[in-house]
Write a protein that binds this ligand. Structure first.
Ligand code: AMP
Ligand code: ZN
Length: 211
């Protein structure tokens, strides 16, 4: 957990560290990335310290996304770009380096060629059954607690089954990379909870994963 006093982006938002600011309002600040992937690459951050999007209360996400959209328009028009890539890494496993929520807004130019998501992660081939199971696991999962803070269902909702990210992880495990510490933790927690052990095992067998 990064201390707000020391957090690099909190310090930029407070004006303690210089940055090339391109936009600010009451809640958000946008400034040029110090290692631009293209000229005009900007980062949009909330002034308040949240490590990831899932830590931000629902009541604040609307304003934040409006700012991301505004900055996207400014960057696209200011740089005469033909497109804009918007991305955000949330959590170390996703490659997040600065632990203060930020969206990258990167102008894209027709002349540079089209690398999109594929340049970040190659697409994985999953058969239809695996895709069904994965879709079900995601649709049935609960959001992270922080994202539920402002959520008030109109009628009492039946408790949803706990999220089962291990199903997707089991597919990813088939990829040629070392098992992460996170996977092991998730797996041992799952074993402790005795959660759907048999179902998980059978799903694990069924998922195919081709490159
Ligand atoms: P991420 O990998 O998504 O956490 O991105 C962090 C981004 O912050 C990287 O693209 C860095 O180049 C950028 N960055 C780090 N320090 C600064 C800084 N002092 N001013 C502007 N951008 C920065
Ligand atoms: Zn911060």
């Amino acid at each position: 957990m990064v201390d707000e006093k020391q957090c690099l982006f909190c310090r930029i938002a407070r004006g303690e560290i210089p940055a090339k600011k391109v936009y600010e309002d009451g809640e958000c600040v946008a400034f040029l990335d110090i290692n631009p992937r293209n000229p005009g690459h900007a980062l949009v951050i909330p002034r308040k310290h949240y490590e990831t999007l899932l830590d931000m209360p629902d009541g604040e996400t609307g304003e934040y996304f409006r700012s991301v959209k505004r900055v996207a328009g400014l960057v696209k028009n200011g740089m005469n770009a033909q497109g804009i890539s918007i991305s955000s890494s949330n959590g170390q496993a996703a490659g997040q380096v600065v632990a203060h929520l930020h969206f990258h807004v990167i102008p894209r130019f027709a002349a540079e060629g089209p690398p999109g998501l594929e340049s970040m992660l190659s697409s994985k081939r999953l058969d239809d059954k695996a895709m069904d199971q994965i879709a079900q696991a995601i649709a049935k999962a609960s959001p992270e607690p922080a994202a539920m803070q402002d959520f008030q269902p109109s009628a009492p909702q039946p408790r949803q089954p706990a999220p089962r990210p291990v199903q997707a992880e089991s597919a990813i495990r088939a990829a040629p990379r070392p098992t992460t510490a996170m996977n092991k933790t998730e797996q041992s927690k799952k074993k402790r909870d005795g959660e759907d052990e048999e179902e998980f095992e059978s799903i694990d067998d069924e998922i195919s994963f081709d490159f």
